[in-house]
Design a binder for this molecule. Structure first.
Ligand code: NAD
Length: 276
């Protein structure tokens, strides 16, 4: 069965849970994972130019036999392609590599350099119909406000690090107010052993007859977040989608809320901060 959808500001429905393919560098593994996920009922795949696997994603989509119009494809413009001209070329290159007609959602990967020049190229691609929606990733409240002041077409979504150890504080209420969907990356804390051993998660998993990963993903969707867990293990791929037929109790939700450490797990490398 499929994931329920969340409504984007454009009126388009986007699956609340999809497959992430970050660090899936082997093209054969990437293609098979995408095919497995789509056959299991996934209807969203999250890639990026920076991941180097857009061609494999496009091949996996075709191999699955699922009609293109039933699948939501997200990809991202990397920071070295920011600025109007480079972003225009980057969008064309992603379209060519994915070889899937249009792109459902294109994100600016990081809030660096010439965001406004890039955004104008993104808006023109929406006008041309090659991008169906545009959004942002790793934008703070201040970054998002700055873009909103100048955007002709508003971002529909902000993809940010979010998991039981890091809830993003005031960002998600702000995005809710603005009608921008929050999508969690590192939803499983990047597979953190500490997180998977947290008492409250282990207890909730036992209580519901589920795995810890399923409890964490249930927490995301029950909070109203969209998310994109990654796995290349067929059993985990299938299990990660199977979180829509049980609910965590208010007590369990509150106990998971209490795990927030208030700081991200991912530390941006120095060079990335430098291009800001
Ligand atoms: P994740 O939190 O999804 O964790 C993935 C890891 O968790 C796997 O490698 C595996 O070790 C483990 N895992 C997955 N399913 C499991 C299961 N059922 N049981 C036990 N262990 C399981 O971390 P991620 O892959 O880094 O992030 C998810 C996706 O988010 C990425 O693939 C990518 O699409 C996106 N992302 C975006 C950004 C960004 O800057 N926009 C950054 C990082 C990731």
């Amino acid at each position: 069965s499929h994931a329920p959808t969340v409504m984007l500001a454009t009126g388009v429905e986007m699956p609340a849970l999809g497959l992430g393919v970050y660090l899936v560098r082997d093209p054969a593994v990437c293609e098979t994972s995408v095919e497995t996920a789509l056959r299991a009922g996934y209807r969203l795949v999250d890639t990026a130019a920076m991941y180097g696997n857009e061609r494999a994603v496009g091949r996996g989509l075709k191999a699955s036999g699922v009609p293109r119009e039933d699948v939501f494809l997200t990809t991202k413009v990397w920071v070295t392609d920011f600025g109007y001209e480079r972003t225009k070329a980057s969008i064309a290159a992603s379209l060519e590599r994915l070889d899937s007609g249009w792109i459902d959602l294109m994100l600016l990967h990081q809030p660096v350099r010439d965001v406004l020049g890039s955004w104008r190229a993104m808006e023109e691609a929406v006008d041309a119909g090659t991008l169906r929606a545009i959004g942002i990733s790793n934008f703070t409240v201040a970054d998002t406000r700055r873009l909103l002041e100048h955007a002709r077409i508003r971002p529909v979504l902000n993809q940010v690090e979010l998991h039981p150890y890091f809830h993003q504080g005031a960002l998600t209420p702000f995005l809710d107010e603005q009608g921008i969907v929050t999508q969690s990356w590192y939803p499983l804390g990047h597979g953190s052993k500490d997180l998977f051993q947290e008492r409250v998660l282990v207890d909730a998993a036992a209580a519901h007859g589920r795995s810890v990963a399923q409890v964490i993903l249930r927490w995301h969707v029950q909070r109203g977040l969209a998310t994109i867990p990654k796995s290349t293990d067929p059993e985990h791929i299938v299990a990660n989608l199977d979180v829509f037929d049980f609910s965590l109790t208010e007590t369990e939700m509150a106990a998971i809320e209490a795990l927030d450490k208030g700081r991200p797990m991912f530390r941006p490398p120095r060079w990335l901060l430098a291009v800001g």
